[in-house]
Design a protein around this ligand. Structure first.
Ligand code: CAO
Length: 418
């Protein structure tokens, strides 16, 4: 018999939200904890996971629908309608086979930013199964946390990703988060406008806070002479999709990352492992009207510069037309942020957690370079590599940016690499 999956309470005084993504269709086999739909409520996205493994019988909502708390969103058969023990639900009831896991940390960050005391159940004691979803467990493992120490704010003390992230921030700030300083009444000095902090802004805020509080950052700067690449780009202008600076950098990066695999990695501190990834999927920061989005270009190492340029332009266009999906922004191994179209001489980007390095590009400028006894004008591209110092040493970062610069200075060398 099929079991109904209902929309759980999404937060205090939140009666429902808008369906922004439907991840399954009838007939799909789903695993316990696998997201079924994504709902935006109070401008933050919430994934509604499958309460148990089974087969989807019906999906009763579609993208754009408004759904209320308690409304049936799907029916599933199999799994006895009960979450398994591995899922961490202690004493499941029929009603508790409905749960939501925040896709990204928003409530936790907000709670801490506001300096309010978390409304959380006490941490589980030794021997208890800590109720938490697979994504939360993974997050805790990545940080080397004992989930039992994290107070859970969900139903029946369930630990959410928010709780884990909030707990990490609290540890990072020395154990007790200082209350946010109260703001003065700005209106006393003149007119002000109060605008809501929208969901993309909130997600960006959470992501950068997470990265900044978790990763010890260092930034390495270097310059790459891209005069020859620029001349070639211009020469190719009439022959198909525009070859951009970003496309050449992405291509060179895929080669250099194979030589420096620790930069294409994630740190699993719980397992004491560095996870070296054998695929090269690069996030590219795109400036959109709605704010920063980072779609991922996949298998860059297997693509030509022309293909990369074309795909990059399509991805950026989709991002700007609001056609990008959550999946388009997942699975990146390294990120590039090119602010050179706007200007600047250098900046220190924040690593896109759980990656370990990010490359920032600033505006390439003609500069005098001393060569064979005279100064010649060359186009120099400023590169700023921020990296996780737990994983990467400064000397390797300097070698990495130098190798990348050499690759861009002698683009023919790229032909020698697979
Ligand atoms: N140096 C000099 N000129 C550059 C350059 C650089 N590093 N990067 C781009 N340009 C030039 C381009 O050649 C283009 O000039 P022409 O039209 O004369 O050829 C112009 O600047 C605009 O380029 P672009 O921005 O479209 O370049 P792109 O296709 O290489 O970049 C993208 C695509 C998506 C990276 C870019 O549009 C973008 O959104 N950048 C902003 C990223 C961002 O917001 N980062 C911050 C994240 S952290 O807060």
């Amino acid at each position: 018999m099929a079991t109904e999956v209902k929309l759980p309470a999404l937060g205090e005084n939140v009666e429902g939200g808008d369906v922004i993504d439907v991840r399954v269709k009838p007939g799909d086999e789903v695993k316990e904890g696998q997201p079924l739909i994504e709902v935006e409520a109070e401008k933050s996205a919430v994934e509604v996971p499958s309460p148990f493994a089974g087969r989807i019988v019906q999906v009763l909502v579609k993208k754009g629908d408004k759904v209320g708390t308690g409304q049936t969103v799907a029916t599933i058969e199999g799994g006895n309608g009960k979450p398994t023990a591995a899922h961490g639900m202690a004493k499941p009831k029929a009603e508790t086979a409905k749960m939501a896991v925040p896709a990204e940390d928003t409530a936790g960050a907000k709670r801490h930013a506001e300096g309010a005391k978390p409304q959380a159940a006490p941490a589980a004691s030794d021997g208890d199964i800590v109720p938490a979803g697979p994504a939360t467990r993974k997050l805790a493992r990545e940080w080397g946390l004992d989930l039992g120490q994290v107070p859970g704010s969900g139903p029946m003390g369930r630990v959410t990703q928010d709780d884990v992230k909030g707990y990490v921030r609290e540890l990072a700030s020395g154990g007790s988060h200082p209350p946010a300083a109260s703001l003065p009444n700005f209106e006393q000095w003149g007119p002000v406008e109060r605008k809501p902090f929208d969901s993309i802004r909130k997600k960006t805020a959470d992501q950068v806070t997470l990265a900044w509080t978790t990763i010890p950052h260092v930034t390495q700067h270097d310059l790459a002479d891209i005069s020859d690449i620029d001349a070639f780009r211009k020469q190719q202008e009439s022959k198909g999709p525009k070859l951009t600076v970003t496309a050449f950098v992405l291509k060179a990066l895929a080669i250099v990352l194979k030589q420096f695999p620790q930069f294409n990695a994630s740190l699993d501190s719980a397992q004491g492992q560095l996870i070296l990834k054998g695929y090269y999927h690069f996030g590219v920061a795109v400036d959109t009207e709605r704010g920063l989005l980072v779609p991922v270009l996949r298998n860059v190492d297997k693509k030509s510069v022309r293909e990369i340029a074309k795909e990059m332009a399509e991805l950026a266009e989709r991002a700007r037309l609001k056609k990008i999906t959550a999946d388009d922004m997942r699975g990146g191994t390294f990120t590039v942020s090119n602010l050179g179209g706007i200007g600047g001489t250098g900046f220190a980007p924040i690593v896109n957690y759980p990656e370990v390095a990010i490359l920032g590009l600033s505006r390439a400028r003609l500069q005098p370079v001393h060569r064979e006894g005279q100064f010649v004008p060359r186009l120099l591209l400023p590169m700023s590599l921020s990296y996780d110092h737990r994983v990467i040493d400064g000397a390797d970062a300097a070698r990495f940016t130098r190798r990348l610069a050499e690759m861009l200075e002698n683009p023919l060398v790229m032909l020698l690499h697979a």
